[in-house]
Design a protein around this ligand. Structure first.
Ligand code: ADP
Ligand code: ASP
Ligand code: MG
Length: 418
């Protein structure tokens, strides 16, 4: 008998009927002879509604109080799912992050898990329970409630799977697996049966929000086999995500993704002296503000310009942080560009294959799409474009790199407002 961790996202538990369907999927795994731990997200768009509610009360909600508020969404769905499982004649118990002992660092709204206690989970499993755990939340060593960042339930599930040394972690969602891009943007897109941790991690980081990036990071670190599969077609195995050594790489590009949640900050007239970048980015890091693309260029008058991107949620804090660095930013001009989307291609097969970047730039140029910034890593190339060009850029790149398919991907649920 093994341990299987299942995770069901918001659309899968959006109403009582769907919660009953999830209960059936859980019981099915239990009937296969496995111990089952289920992680669930908040019902439907609950988290969005809670965020909206907070913003109606104040423009600057305190991050600790945001965590108090947002963590309530998952507490509702765990109780309802446990009841649904019980109503079908099986033993079930719901547990929130604190009850399990999902210990995180104390960074509200984007905490990282540092430890998961397994004693209570093991005890409840040994008593024959199906355990329903609240995703997305944890607790600091001081007892403060934290959340893991949007989409963080995936990470809760994988971290629990790693802690319990589970046989597999199945992420059930509203699509039938991982596709070469978001099937809502390109419906005739290839689905992959298998993808490496490395490629999936890059794809998730650059905007393929089918998986929370840290869930893939954790799966890779602890070698947890991960599946993305459909809540609505339980017999489909979906996509398996595993270590690269098991795979042959045929295609240079495995996927394309867009991230429209960043803003670009341009600092011009900075002093061209050692330590300028260190001071600015050091101050941002101290305030837990992650910086993504960075370009520095020297102007003719001997000053520097630095352009970089941050998450739009961090913009106000980033500007305040930069302005506080008066000695460095003194005469600098700060310009903000919100009209950007980062389009990325990802593929382990692009290593040692020259010309992929040139193909990407040409495909964008052919659609008259201007590139504002470029960055590359070993298996990824990203271009910043105007937001309005994002979908057209994705479609052009899927075509360029042969990722379209004759089959139309099946998509359920509401359309995203990308
Ligand atoms: P859940 O509520 O189950 O966590 P999410 O909305 O977080 O679901 O993730 C599933 C969605 O991810 C899909 O509906 C799809 O639109 C989107 N998505 C983005 N990129 C991809 C991709 N490469 N493959 C599959 N789905 C993707
Ligand atoms: N409910 C949280 C969110 O909407 C976490 C999750 O769904 O994974 O972001
Ligand atoms: Mg999700």
């Amino acid at each position: 008998m093994g341990i299987i961790v299942q995770k069901f996202g918001g659309t899968s538990v959006a109403d009582p009927q769907k919660i009953h369907n999830v209960a059936k999927a859980v019981i099915r795994e239990k009937e296969n002879g496995n111990d089952v731990v289920v992680v669930v997200s908040a019902m439907g768009h609950t988290t969005d509604h809670l965020i909206k509610l907070a913003k109606e009360v104040t423009n600057t909600p305190d991050s600790r109080e945001m965590d108090m508020l947002l963590s309530t969404g998952e507490q509702v769905s765990i109780a309802l799912l446990a009841m649904a499982i019980q109503s079908q004649g099986y033993k079930a118990v719901s547990m929130n992050g604190q009850q399990v002992g999902i210990v995180t660092e104390c960074i509200h709204t984007k905490a990282r898990i540092v430890d998961i206690k397994t004693e209570k989970l093991q005890k409840k499993l040994s008593e024959g329970n199906i355990i329903v755990v609240a995703g997305f939340q944890g607790v600091t060593p001081d007892g403060e409630i934290t959340t893991l960042g949007r989409g963080g339930s995936d990470t809760s599930a994988v971290a629990i799977a790693a802690a319990l040394k589970a046989d597999r972690c199945d992420i059930y969602t509203d699509v039938e697996g991982v596709y070469a891009t978001d099937p809502r943007i390109v419906p005739n897109i290839q689905r992959t049966d298998i993808i490496s941790y490395e490629e999936m991690l890059e794809l998730a980081r650059v905007g393929a929000n089918v998986l929370h990036p840290r869930s893939v990071e954790t799966a890779k670190q602890f070698n947890v086999p991960l599946r993305v599969r459909s809540s609505f077609k339980l017999d489909n195995l979906g996509t398996l995500i595993i270590g690269v050594e098991n795979m042959e790489i045929y295609k240079p590009v495995a996927g394309v993704a867009a991230d429209s949640s960043q803003v670009r900050i341009l600092l011009s007239n900075l002093p061209d002296i050692p330590g300028t970048a260190a001071k600015l980015f050091g101050a941002l890091a101290k305030n837990n503000i992650s910086v993504d693309m960075i370009i520095q260029s020297l102007a003719n008058n001997g000053t520097n310009s630095i352009a970089f991107t941050v998450d739009e949620d961090d913009l106000d804090e980033a500007i305040a942080t930069l302005k506080a660095e008066k000695d460095t930013v003194q005469a600098a001009e700060i310009l903000i560009d919100k009209d950007i989307a980062k389009i990325s291609i990802v593929g382990a097969g692009m290593v040692d294959r020259p010309g992929i970047a040139a193909d990407m730039f040409r495909a964008l140029a052919e659609k008259d799409i201007n590139i504002k910034m470029i960055s590359t890593s070993e298996i990824k190339i990203s271009c910043l474009v105007e937001k309005q060009n994002a979908n057209q850029a994705i479609k052009a790149l899927c075509k360029e790199f042969g990722l379209e398919s004759k089959e139309i991907a099946v998509v359920k649920g509401d359309l995203p407002n990308v």
